[in-house]
Design a protein around this ligand. Structure first.
Ligand code: NAP
Length: 288
């Protein structure tokens, strides 16, 4: 039985679809009943409603688990403390394997949400648990947030230079790779940078979107102050805004480039999904 913590987001849902397709017994800690209902509809056998801030809830969900998969929620100031609670409970439960979804370049100290993941990687090493770490690059599916503006205005706004080269991954590939890791001991014990096979600027991505939509779409540089005003309205925390802004500065100055897709190909046993194939699939999913 595999326990997943952090399951209802961009990483968890494709992973769950892949695991339930392979008849895996899953138990999930979820924070609310709406997510629990959705997870059940995807074939999850056990859902336990609780909070990853609670020692008791984290301990309870792990009883009898063979593997734990931990996906941290986005932009939490206490991300390391939550992760440490999960790792320490997994040690007490003596689970066979711990899979941690970290991020590409966790060494970036000025990006708090990366740095806290690196600290958890260190904690995992010291835990003596058998662990596997995946470090995914930027998700192709982030496009979802800007999709309404792409359709309405023909613009794809980014709060950094649309010329910056970015390494992107399809979260369906990520979910499949994580499922392969969880179910196949041969992949255990590694730390894997996972990214797609192309490095593209948002100008190039907008070009592919234009061709597939049959409508002109331009990537545009959104002023960071305009983005901040949006984030404040959406009630993002100060921590989240500060780190997102630092990330945009980093993307602006350096991009997210030089990834190598050989590891992802090896774990998938096939090539990574190309951006154009992702866009075709994404457009189709929007029309159904
Ligand atoms: N976006 C990118 O390009 C990118 C790239 C690389 C890495 N990452 C990293 O990927 C990670 C996962 O992203 P994501 O979007 O899948 O995460 P997410 O949706 O923010 O969080 C994962 C899940 O955690 C659960 N959760 C939230 N609060 C909880 C609580 N108090 N107790 C128990 N569960 C709780 C929620 O599921 P329930 O509704 O079921 O509770 C939520 O869907 C992030 O850490 C992010 O930094 C992102």
């Amino acid at each position: 039985m595999i326990v997943i913590i952090g399951a209802s987001g961009a990483v968890g849902i494709p992973l769950i679809k892949e695991l339930t397709r392979r008849d895996t017994h899953l138990r999930i800690l979820t924070s609310n009943s709406a997510s629990a209902t959705n997870l059940k509809s995807l074939g999850v056998i056990e859902t336990i409603i609780g909070d990853f801030h609670s020692d008791e809830d984290v301990k309870n969900v792990m009883k009898g688990a063979s593997s734990i998969c931990y996906i941290p929620a986005r932009f939490r100031e206490d991300e390391f403390e939550i992760g440490k609670r999960v790792v320490d409970s997994a040690c007490n439960e003596q689970v066979e394997h711990f899979c941690f979804c970290s991020a590409y370049h966790p060494q970036m100290e000025q990006l708090g949400h990366h740095w806290q993941k690196l600290k958890l990687e260190e904690h995992l090493i010291n835990s003596d648990l058998m662990y596997t770490v995946v470090q995914p690059s930027m998700f192709m599916q982030n496009l979802r947030v800007e999709w309404p503006r792409i359709i309405k205005e023909g613009t794809y706004p980014r709060p950094y230079s649309p010329e910056s080269q970015m390494n992107v991954i399809d979260t369906d590939d990520l979910g499949e790779a994580m499922a392969n890791i969880l179910l196949d001991h041969r992949f255990w014990g590694g730390t894997y940078e996972l990214c797609g096979s192309e490095t593209l600027s948002h100008n190039e991505m907008a070009g592919i979107i234009s061709e597939e939509l049959g409508e002109k779409v331009d990537a545009v540089h959104r002023d960071i102050e305009d983005w901040k005003a949006w984030a404040i309205k959406k009630e993002w925390t100060d921590y989240a805004i500060r780190n997102y802004v630092n990330m945009c500065r980093h993307y602006n100055d350096h991009g997210y480039k030089y990834g190598n897709d050989l590891i992802l190909q090896t774990i998938l046993g096939r090539p990574a999904t190309k951006y154009r194939s992702f866009i075709k699939k994404f457009i189709e999913s929007q029309s159904t």
